[in-house]
Design a protein around this ligand. Structure first.
Ligand code: KIV
Length: 271
């Protein structure tokens, strides 16, 4: 019997999309009922359970505090809502930087306990040993270069990375090293478009950009930013597709007014 379910996206699907020039659409999600189900149903290719959950869901200033247990919880919720998309789970700060055995153990926990399909980690040459070890264990790894928010206290700002020649050259080298180590894809965050174009053309694996221009093989945004739920974050690269924050606030204000005026519940809304 032929299954009526949509064909699942795999790392091979993404590779073929790069080869055929078809752009990859990726968004974050952190829970089941609102977002994973809707985002998957709307046809997204990749869902990232980003450690941006630390900012968006928990209200922390940075991604540094979120724990491995919390990432696994968010990933479990997302997996429960997904039929088609490839689900990539961020490895949180502290779960892979120590040594490659720690990195492997963390990646295995994510895969076993959440049911995610792949992991993502930040960094270049310095994480390649860990990437190799995780990939050898059968776990697909996505890299992340450019602005790497887990290192915010080293950079000091969230400004565009790799504008200088030396840092740009290092990014190209790091992206090649990640490809050689076995990454199936790499995210470029907040780097000049020209550099992202050059790196994307020099790699065989797909690149996914956020603030990295149109020539990456795909694009990613934080869902709450593009839906207008987070209000105080407006970088140049962000396109807002809705004002759900405004709509939710208006709905809640109306509810408060209706309760206070005893308009709610009305005759039909009681037993
Ligand atoms: O955590 C996240 O949302 C990310 C994206 C910005 C790529 O890493």
């Amino acid at each position: 019997m032929v299954s009526s379910r949509a064909k699942k996206v795999t790392t091979q699907t993404l590779l073929k999309m790069k080869q055929s020039g078809e752009k990859i659409a990726m968004l974050t999600a952190y829970d089941y009922s609102l977002w994973a189900r809707l985002v998957d149903g709307a046809g997204i290719d990749v869902i990232l359970v980003g450690d941006s959950a630390s900012n968006v869901m928990a209200g922390n200033e940075t991604t540094v505090p979120i724990t491995l247990d919390q990432m696994i919880y968010h990933a479990q919720c997302v997996i429960n809502g997904v039929d088609r998309a490839l689900v990539v789970v961020d490895m949180p700060f502290g779960s892979y930087q120590g040594d490659s055995k720690t990195a492997l153990d963390s990646a295995i926990r994510i895969m076993k306990e959440s049911g995610g399909h792949a992991v993502k980690l930040e960094g270049g040459a310095e994480v390649c040993e860990s990437v190799k070890r995780i990939v050898e264990a059968g776990i697909p790894v996505m890299g992340h270069l450019g602005l790497t928010p887990q290192s915010i206290y080293k950079f000091g700002t969230y400004s565009v990375r790799a504008k200088e020649e030396a840092e740009a050259a290092r990014l190209i080298e790091d992206s090649k090293a990640l490809e050689e180590a076995g990454c199936f894809s790499v995210v470029f965050e907040k780097i000049p478009s020209e550099l992202a174009k050059q790196a994307s053309e020099s790699l065989t694996i797909p690149t996914i950009g956020i603030g990295a221009g149109p020539d990456c093989d795909g694009q990613v945004l934080v869902l709450h930013d593009m839906l207008g739920i987070t209000k105080d974050f407006s970088p140049r690269f962000l396109r807002r597709y809705a004002d759900l924050g405004g709509a939710a606030e208006a709905a809640v204000s109306q509810y408060v007014a209706d309760v206070r005026s005893q308009d709610f519940p009305n005759e039909e809304e009681r037993y």
